[in-house]
Design a protein around this ligand. Structure first.
Ligand code: ACM
Length: 521
């Protein structure tokens, strides 16, 4: 199959096939053709059938997403050259197959932290392309944090004017004498950029879930608008170092009104926004405790603790989103105080125990545990690795992950929407490093999310040839290529300093009450 391949069928479905198989430059015909796409309304939206035989290719799908996935599977049946933007000339043959396929999980996600290090729009679009061929369907964009505010606000322009850049970044590692690179860093997406990212994603059957992380992680916001902090006269700076910062928003009504406008701008840019993530993680409540106005407000609401006020604040925002047809997503800290709306999605990052509690309480959950889904941890503790936040999360660790644990009850398992990998970017300064951390662990996550079972990694060698053809600078399973190593300079790895399993154990034993966080910057 090559030049002149013709496709026919229902409009939106054919469009999905053409997008996935852009490499074939498909010609649409009124009927017949080499690829025939049939509307099968009885299938689930992401389900498809694919038949390849002497009479050509037949695709069956109910929705565009199903047709898109059928075409991605067809692309996998072609040689790896089908992943080049301009493949070499020649004729491809497709093996005969009959496939009926549907995903086990509906949330197959990747999270990009574009706050700690900004990722240019073109690189976000490129990651969306890579996600699409893996049938990953959710891009969680962590748009704001202490170290940067990365989205335009027309109502509050100081957010992107002041909050989107910092004069320098810490370059020393844990336990070392602090040192800074003295290099400015910054960038932000305009609302038009965000709309473009969302449309590009939609064409690839991917939903963008933006995160405006509140009330903690607030340094960049407060650098722009200190009046929304608990101590309005205090000045703040966009943070130039990592760790849990004490900067927190005031929970008083003016902050809720302000965030309602900002969330509205983001939601409108996305068009349909089924989910918006509002954070809730790692809040240091000391500045609330020091404010008579805030503690008085807590008492006036009849709330027993500041932890309850934290949950109440997030619930107010979730109520506002619900009025706009959007479900809130929160990190698991927000679940602990039992104030959430029932339709709020909980993203447990501190392990399976809190995930199960949230599921048992009737919340939909998206599994995002540090181990094994924080891909900013290195894949090995070898000194040849480039600097990572810690180590080690291997391909096999990801392959063995149970998205919906067999030990849970059927009701609890049914609450698991799926799983997602986190790419926090303190140690991911650029797109090349992002490729190295994300792939092929992301490929394995995609496989277990789709199948709902652990992977034996049998398909990996063939799949790496596809990533090679595409130009993805993934980490080879045997270890980094010479130029991917950390060297002896500032990218030098520090094996043994941070062990992911020790971190996971500590997080699992933490009480869920967010009053227990203290600053560590
Ligand atoms: C997180 O890692 N603070 C969600």
């Amino acid at each position: 199959m090559r030049a002149g391949v013709a496709v026919s069928g229902a409009g939106a479905l054919v469009d999905g096939v053409r997008t996935a198989l852009a490499v074939l430059d498909l010609r649409v015909t009124d009927g017949g053709g080499d690829i025939r796409v049939e509307h099968r309304p009885e299938l689930e939206p992401e389900e498809y059938t694919l038949d390849v035989g002497a009479a050509g290719v037949r695709i069956g799908a109910a929705k565009r997403s199903g047709a898109f996935y059928a075409a991605q599977t067809l692309r996998q049946l072609l040689p790896a050259d089908a992943y080049r933007s301009v493949p070499p000339a020649g004729v491809w043959t497709v093996p005969g197959v009959r496939i009926e396929d549907a995903p086990r999980h509906s949330w197959r996600g990747l999270h990009l932290d574009v706050a700690r290090h900004f990722l240019p729009k073109r690189e976000v679009l490129r990651q969306l392309d890579i996600m699409a061929l893996h049938k990953l369907n959710t891009l969680h964009l962590h748009l704001v944090d202490d170290q940067g505010w990365r989205i335009e606000s027309r109502a509050y322009p100081r957010l992107h004017e002041i909050g989107s850049h910092r004069p320098r970044t810490i370059s020393s590692s844990y336990g070392e004498e602090p040192a800074y690179d003295e290099v400015p860093h910054g960038g932000h997406y305009t609302l038009a950029d965000l709309a473009e990212i969302a449309a590009y994603a939609r064409a690839r059957a991917i939903t963008v879930v933006p995160e405006i992380d509140v009330p903690g992680h607030a340094s960049a916001l407060l650098a722009a608008y200190p009046e929304y902090g608990p101590q309005p006269d205090r000045t703040h700076a966009v943070l130039d170092r990592w760790g849990v910062s004490p900067a927190i928003l005031s929970p008083l009504p003016p902050t809720v009104d302000f965030l309602s406008v900002v969330l509205g701008e983001v939601g409108e840019a996305l068009g349909a926004a089924p989910f918006i993530h509002i954070g809730g993680d790692e809040c240091v409540l000391d500045d609330w405790a020091a404010s008579a106005e805030i503690t008085g407000y807590q008492r006036s609401l009849g709330l027993a603790t500041l932890g309850d006020l934290h949950a109440w604040f997030l619930r107010r925002l979730a109520d506002i989103l619900a009025e706009r047809g959007t479900r809130a997503v929160v990190w698991d800290e927000a679940f602990g105080n039992g104030e959430l709306r029932q339709d709020t999605v909980v993203m447990p990052w501190r392990g399976a125990a809190i995930a199960r509690e949230a599921a048992a309480a009737g919340h939909d959950v998206v599994m995002a545990p540090v181990f094994p889904l924080y891909f900013d941890y290195g894949e090995s503790g070898s000194p040849e690795e480039p600097l990572a936040i810690g180590e080690a999360i291997t391909l096999r660790n990801v392959a063995a992950f149970e998205v919906a644990p067999a030990s849970w009850t059927a009701e609890e398992r049914a609450r698991v929407l799926g799983a997602q990998a986190q790419l926090w970017s303190e140690r991911i300064p650029d797109a090349r490093t992002l490729d190295y951390r994300a792939w092929p662990r992301g490929s394995v996550l995609a496989e277990i999310n789709w199948s709902g079972t652990p992977s034996d990694l049998a398909g990996l060698p063939g799949h790496l040839r596809r990533l090679d053809a595409l130009g993805v600078e993934y980490r080879p399973p045997a270890g980094p290529r010479p130029w991917q190593q950390g060297g002896i300079g500032r990218r030098r790895s520090r094996p043994g300093v941070i062990d992911v399993r020790a971190i996971m154990e500590r997080l699992e034993t933490m009480t869920r009450n967010s009053e227990t966080y203290s600053a560590s910057t």
